[in-house]
Design a binder for this molecule. Sequence first.
Ligand code: PBG
Ligand code: ZN
Length: 309
Amino acid sequence: MPVHRSAVRSFLDGPGLTPTDLAMVFLMREDDDTKPRPMPTLTMREVPGAVQALAALGVKSVKIFAGSRVRDARASQGLSPTGLMARAIGAAKKAAPDVLVMTETCVCSHNDSGECWLADERGEMDLEETTEVLAAQAVMQADVGADIVGPAAMMPGSVRAVREALDAAGHKAVGIMPHLIFESSLYEGYRASMGATPRSGARVFQINPGRPEQAVHVAREMVDEGADMILTEPALHTVDTLVHLKDKIPVPLVPFSVSGEYLRLTDRRDDGGRDVKGLIEAYTVLKRAGATRVITYAALEIARELRAS
Ligand SMILES: NCc1[nH]cc(CCC(=O)O)c1CC(=O)O
Ligand SMILES: [Zn+2]
């Protein structure tokens, strides 16, 4: 085969990775919060410019994570329509209405324990209360403009509760992309950046990496409860599950390339930026494996790199 002839090589070239394949992660912090964090974060002031820059480069979706400075046992600030999450969603939709806004729907960045659940008076997991709060968070996020909400507690029943609450509030068109999360050490940069390190040291509903069948079971339950699509994380450590699920479960699959993947697979450059070539290769694997989109902290840097090359 004459692959040394460039016209033949480019004739055979695959589609490769494009900016549209990517969704950008925003980890929000308040404008006056200057505490150093392991992961890149974004202030409210920076949101409009950031979504417009992404849109100009062809990145058409963002996923917003935002915690609360004031924490309590009930994660109450996560429900506030003037809280950081609400303001970030509003600012992004206002600056670029065509850019899709996804959220995280969880309590770990709003309570004082860092757990993805709320406790009752005895300190035990309160499934009912947590589910109610997650549903109320989702409605608030939809009220201020979120297109897709992201229940991330992995709590049984939470996706159904979110769907019912959204429907009852008139948000039938708002999508649900629950997180299907494997236990991993790759979340530390995120947890430290967001103040979401679980006091107990564990996230009991997350998938044990040695039990891949559990992931299929949970994914099925999520779809039965009303998930429109499923986020898988960490992205690269769950590629096998992505391929399995693609055959078994008829919903779009969206790997989330988490903090540890960003920190470990990029290199600091002399100009202060990061070399993202390793991530481009990794996300090409994910695309080949069947990912509908890839959620990543490097979407802007990758879009720039793709345009330059
Ligand atoms: N609330 C669950 C959640 N939301 C975001 C991440 C990790 C994201 C990342 O590392 O980039 C996690 C996992 C966890 O804390 O156990
Ligand atoms: Zn959580």
